[in-house]
Design a protein around this ligand. Structure first.
Ligand SMILES: [Zn+2]
Ligand SMILES: [Zn+2]
Length: 210
């Protein structure tokens, strides 16, 4: 086992922010830092971990609210990675205004995901899968060796992502789930942006109507 996963359930929307790291090299990344991500930074410091990147599944405000807290100075070297199709949403503070909320904007991302790209954390490889529908630039991160997917707001335990926000598409969401999630081995764990873990098998049974 070369990957450790810590989940932080934080913020008013009950987000799961993930700190994932390779304990052999003490380096890791944060996926979707939400409100209160100072907690994650404190934990990383306590464990002697270096955070080498921020990976965003998508740019909704509750998934990016903690970027500024992790990246303490404008010239911080922690790269912020996002799919280019969600950059505009990121620059609009993730639609926080529509919810009557404000977030402290973080630096503009300069690293962009593409479908099929491979990401490395020590010995662990993750594949970026573009999964539009909830937002146009939504992506998930799949580790075949660890049999898990960080799936953001694409799919949840007993549910799927909402598609009524700007840029959403129900048809695209269903297509993304069918082609990028339901094709994975049934035992693959799904670690969503909100709520409990589930598996491909459990959700495939629940969503057989699609
Ligand atoms: Zn979202
Ligand atoms: Zn969300």
């Amino acid at each position: 086992m070369t990957l450790s996963v810590s989940v932080f359930s934080i913020g008013p929307m009950g987000n799961n922010s993930y700190l994932i790291y390779d304990p052999q090299i003490n380096q890791g990344v944060v996926i979707d830092p939400s409100f209160g991500s100072k907690l994650i930074m404190n934990e990383a410091v306590r464990m002697g971990l270096q955070i080498t990147a921020i990976w965003l599944t998508h740019a909704h405000f509750d998934h990016i609210a903690g970027v500024a807290e992790l990246v303490s100075s404008p010239d911080s070297s922690i790269p912020i990675n996002i799919h280019p199709k969600d950059l505009k949403l990121y620059q609009q503070n993730g639609g926080a205004d529509e919810f009557g909320l404000t977030i402290a904007p973080g630096p503009t991302p300069t690293s962009f995901f593409e479908h099929g790209q491979l990401l490395q954390i020590g010995a662990n490889t993750f594949e970026v899968r573009h999964t539009p529908g909830h937002t146009p630039g939504h992506v998930v991160f799949y580790s075949a060796s660890e049999r898990l997917v960080f799936c953001g707001d694409l799919i949840f335990q007993n549910g799927i992502g909402r598609t009524d926000l700007p840029g959403g598409s129900f048809a695209e969401l269903v297509n993304s789930i069918q082609t990028q999630i339901f094709t994975l081995p049934p035992e693959t764990r799904l670690l969503p942006g909100h709520g409990s873990d589930t598996t491909v098998e459990e959700e495939r049974e629940g969503l057989s109507a699609y």
